[in-house]
Design a protein around this ligand. Sequence first.
Ligand SMILES: Cc1ncc(COP(=O)(O)O)c(C=O)c1O
Length: 415
Amino acid sequence: MKSSMVAKHARWPKENDIIFNLSERAQVAEKTIGKKNVINATIGALMDDEGQLISMKSVYDQLKSLQNNEIAAYASIAGQDDYKEAVKKVCFQGNDPKGYIRVVASPGGSGAIKLAMWNYTNFGDVILTSDWYWSPYGIIGEEAGRSVANFKLFNEEGKFNIESFKEKFKEIIDKQGSIFTIINSPGHNPTGYSLSDDEWDEMLNYAKEIAKDKSKKIIFFVDVAYIDFVKDDIASRKFFKKFGELPENILTIVGFSMSKGYTAYGMRMGAAIGISSNEDIADEFYYSLMHSCRANWSNCNRGAMEVLSHLAENKEKFKDYVEEKNKYKNMLESRAKSFVKGAKEVNLDILPYRDGFFISIPCENPKEVCEELTKENLYLVPLKMGLRFAVCAVSKEKCMKAPKIIKDVIENLSQ
Ligand SMILES: Cc1ncc(COP(=O)(O)O)c(C=O)c1O
């Protein structure tokens, strides 16, 4: 047996993150044969056409204009009051759900997921999310002794699979008496799918039906990490209102992140926003999550909080930010359109894309396909059921070219 010192619960396979591994290989290829000859679609961050990380000037000018003390001081455990207000303002943008709303600051959206999962599931519980999903949901759960079960995201016609959602939801809640469901919309990672307002209605109506049994506890975790890169900023936020005036035994937690929307990935700032029609339940959310903050990381990045607070309270600054962000949003949209068009032209099967940083391609043997694609100098990420192409990181011209390369490799391998 290999030597080991860690506690039993901390023994995990010795493996590096596959995404970072492929990303490193892509960078080596770029150095060897030149950036223009490599398509690096592994990175989950906005990159310019030359492959450089985009950082918004409006955000970083604000950071650099802060007084040293604004950056250096400890923050309140649950976040500064003006930050908590700023989060509600920029996240809901006037679509605040009716009810009691509480905000707890977290290190990125990941921190919000951790806080929510830990406080609203029991040891051994099963968490529900779609079969195409961001793998850290599973990792965060697994670390705490929770596991993930899936509903099928799409039906045979490529539409949102509400039947599969209902079936799994019922199965879990009947067994556990409570359910924690993660819905990542709009701009789902990895598919780029966004639920329509009707799909939200169907899902919530079903949950309301189940919630008539007052012994049941229903938690929706709505991960909106990509909400600032959705075509229509206003229309895409209307669904927030649906979380108002729900039965007391349905609690909604919105996972907010500054990583993508403010190109602030490394600043590690986000928040969990709890929404309930019952004040006690909202307060309980606040104090339980705050306890976890203290127990895990104490408080968050004060400077990052100040950035958002200043941007949100100053109309001119916010306008400049929105203009800058929209420029990048348009860039992303035109890249995604090129990929979708390219895929159509060569008949490459892709999943329905609406918004966001990624497009997914279903296929057999994703790891093998990925490896073969590296021989064509195209690097992307293998998932369980297919491939993830990061349109956020690849120029329009390369987005247009990539589908044919992928199609050819998949076809060759299947022969
Ligand atoms: C689906 C999804 N949720 C949440 C996050 C949170 O990211 P962060 O912890 O950097 O805010 C990400 C980042 O990649 C993501 O893809």
